[in-house]
Design a protein around this ligand. Structure first.
Ligand code: ZN
Length: 242
């Protein structure tokens, strides 16, 4: 059962009303949602589903289902879902603090792509760090990358998305920066993320609307993961312990 993906058009939505489609051992499916499911390296959202009587079900994670378009809200361990029935109305609210960190880091990884012109062969975006693996052999400079990120954040570039046809994407294969994650095919259209004047690539994730909203990010580590892979790890400069 396909779920309407409200987060694709507006990543700033924190809450929505929805109807329960199904409840099974995997979790809860809704007709529409603001919860982003794990994908493209970005962690799935957590939050709560609130029932009409005020009861709340904690959601620990969000995953794609087995069928295309399925999104499964995974209840936290011990959460009681016995009151949930298909057809019921719920209000779905994400943990915004956590998601906003995903959005800031995710947008920062696009800036990193602009600073390091090599293919990406791995990516992970969490609330505490983001890492990007580049297929390359040259060394990278931590300080230089941190300064490059700070400059692009300070320049306050607008961030927006649009949809292009698969034919348009096929005509511009250079848009695809990632070796490990190919844009989803078969829907006839592909979502591209545009950071004005900086980076343009297919991406289904959630991002802030201006690079200024990323705030202070720093390169915390650069690792030589293999002979042909350089791993760049990002942290927030304002986060405790980073
Ligand atoms: Zn993205």
């Amino acid at each position: 059962m396909a779920t309407e993906e409200l987060f694709r058009e507006d990543a700033c939505l924190r809450e929505c009303e929805a109807q329960v489609l199904a409840v099974d051992e995997r979790g809860i499916q809704l007709d529409r949602t603001v919860f982003y499911p794990l994908g493209g390296g970005q962690a799935g959202d957590s939050g709560v589903l609130r029932l009409a009587d005020g009861r709340e079900i904690a959601i620990a994670d969000t995953r794609k289902g087995t069928q295309p378009g399925e999104i499964v809200h995974v209840p936290a361990p011990g959460a009681d879902v016995s009151a949930l029935q298909p057809g019921q109305r719920v209000s779905a609210r994400i943990d915004w603090q956590r998601r906003h960190r995903h959005m800031r880091f995710h947008t920062a990884t696009h800036l990193l792509c602009a600073l390091v012109p090599h293919p990406v062969d791995g990516c992970s975006i969490t609330a505490d760090y983001a890492r990007l693996d580049f297929h390359m052999t040259d060394p990278l400079d931590k300080q230089q990358l941190t300064e490059g990120l700070a400059r692009l954040v300070a320049e306050a570039h607008p961030v927006s998305h649009r949809w292009i046809s698969e034919a348009e994407l096929d005509a511009k294969p250079e848009l695809v920066r990632s070796m490990s994650v190919q844009p989803p095919r078969g829907q006839g259209r592909v979502r591209v993320l545009d950071i004005e004047g900086v980076d343009l690539q297919p991406c289904g994730g959630t991002h802030v609307t201006n690079t200024a909203d990323i705030g202070a990010v720093v390169v915390t580590k650069i690792e030589k993961k293999s002979a042909k892979t350089r791993r760049v790890v990002l942290g927030f400069a304002d986060a405790p312990g980073s």
